[in-house]
Design a protein around this ligand. Structure first.
Ligand SMILES: Cc1cc2nc3c(=O)[nH]c(=O)nc-3n(C[C@H](O)[C@H](O)[C@H](O)COP(=O)(O)O)c2cc1C
Length: 374
């Protein structure tokens, strides 16, 4: 396909798949798109193992790595800073929420004692060092302008650097910083997202980028789970699509099976954009867990990364128990997913999803062509 994204990344079809699952990354790249491995929560030695596995299985096809190095978070700049005290109110709130659903709050691992190491500049540098030892063809950063080291390593290794943006102004800041690809993520997206819908944000950013005389390619993200949506985004100025949610219900994904079933049954109204998981707004499946944080009298979520330090151990416990049939845990279980979940109704292989994107994309283009008179 004639898209600058295909030329830049050496791929056949400009569909990128963000995933924490190495099997999804491999399947998508082998099917002609590009898998991007989400490395944010892994220590460097685990990232090394995962990338070595990908190298051994991907048959030389291109793949990318994604990190989260936010510009600002509680404790930023204080490498190895001791964790600020988590308010008793938050601990008690979570304990009572778990107990209400029959989950023994004493069995939840304690609050982690160090700040999110991978989010600090030093932590990110260790992950970057591992990533660039492998034949990656893309490096991406969520939540802000990539750290200077990422931009520098990208240039040195001739690897394009992508950055996620949720507003027009953030997009222009990224263009000025020198990123090679903009991932323009609308408020429908799973995970961290802004407020403006993909339908509005993509043409807004495309126009703003053109107005400053830049030609930075755009990947549209947020709510895209079909080829027809990808075609629509490309009609609005994007050069391809960046997706996350649609891979969560694939056969290769390691999503908690209980959550997978919830996703397959969910409608587009069953997600919520909430600070309750990480401290920054992120879209996730609505459950009594998210409802409780939205309810009157609930504590205000702590700033990133402190909220994750209290919520993740509890949610991990919930996941574990739900997988062995604990009814309360099954009710509470949730995970990040976007509004496109309403269109994700059938489990299938990741390669098959790529093929469906391709045929649906072509059908959408033909449909549009059909509207043009002789
Ligand atoms: C489960 C999940 C985890 C995510 N984690 C990250 C992450 O660590 N880094 C990142 O850049 N984006 C992350 N995202 C956002 C995706 O990169 C992407 O922007 C988003 O999924 C696109 O919207 P969609 O979910 O509607 O396809 C995550 C998304 C999901 C669904």
């Amino acid at each position: 396909m004639q898209s600058p994204i295909c030329a830049m990344l050496d791929i056949e079809f400009p569909l990128l798949a963000f995933s924490h699952c190495r099997d999804v990354v491999v399947a998508v790249s082998k099917a002609g798109g590009m898998g991007v491995f989400g490395a944010a929560s892994l220590p460097p030695e685990r990232l090394e193992e995962e990338l070595a596995w990908i190298d051994a299985h991907i048959g030389g096809r291109p793949y990318g790595v994604d990190l989260i190095v936010p510009n600002s978070f509680a404790g930023k700049g204080e490498e190895k800073a001791p964790c600020p005290a988590i308010p008793e109110e938050h601990k008690a709130f979570i304990a009572s929420l778990l107990e209400k659903h029959g989950v023994d709050s004493n069995s939840v691992g304690g609050v982690s004692s160090s700040l999110g190491d991978n989010m600090s500049d030093a932590g990110a540098a260790a992950l970057l060092e591992v990533a660039f030892r492998h034949p990656i063809k893309l490096i991406a950063n969520a939540l802000g302008v990539p750290p200077p080291l990422m931009l520098e390593l990208g240039k040195r290794h001739d690897v394009p650097v992508a950055a996620l943006v949720g507003t027009r102004d953030h997009a222009l800041t990224q263009v000025r910083a020198g990123v090679d690809i903009l991932v323009v993520a609308g408020g429908e997206a799973g995970g961290h997202c802004g407020e403006v819908a993909t339908m509005v944000l993509v043409p807004e950013v495309a126009a703003a980028v053109a107005a400053v005389g830049a030609d930075t390619p755009i990947l549209a993200a947020g709510g895209i789970v079909t080829g027809r949506q990808m075609a629509a985004a490309m009609a609005m100025g994007a050069h391809g699509a960046w997706t996350g949610s649609v891979w969560l219900t694939t056969a290769e994904a390691e999503t908690n099976p209980v959550v997978k079933e919830k996703m397959l049954a969910a409608s587009s109204r069953d997600t919520v954009r909430s600070k309750s998981r990480t401290g920054k707004p992120s879209r996730q499946l609505r459950s009594p867990w998210t409802d409780a944080w939205e309810a009157e009298g609930a504590p205000k979520p702590l700033p990133m990364p402190l909220q994750s330090l209290v919520s993740e151990p509890a949610l991990r416990k919930v996941d574990k128990l739900s997988e062995v049939g604990h009814e309360g845990a099954k009710t509470l279980a949730t995970y990040w997913v976007g509004q496109g979940v309403g269109l994700m109704n059938e489990a299938m292989g990741a390669g098959q999803v790529v093929q469906l994107f391709k045929t649906d994309w072509i059908a959408a283009c033909e449909r549009l062509n059909g509207f043009i008179g002789d």
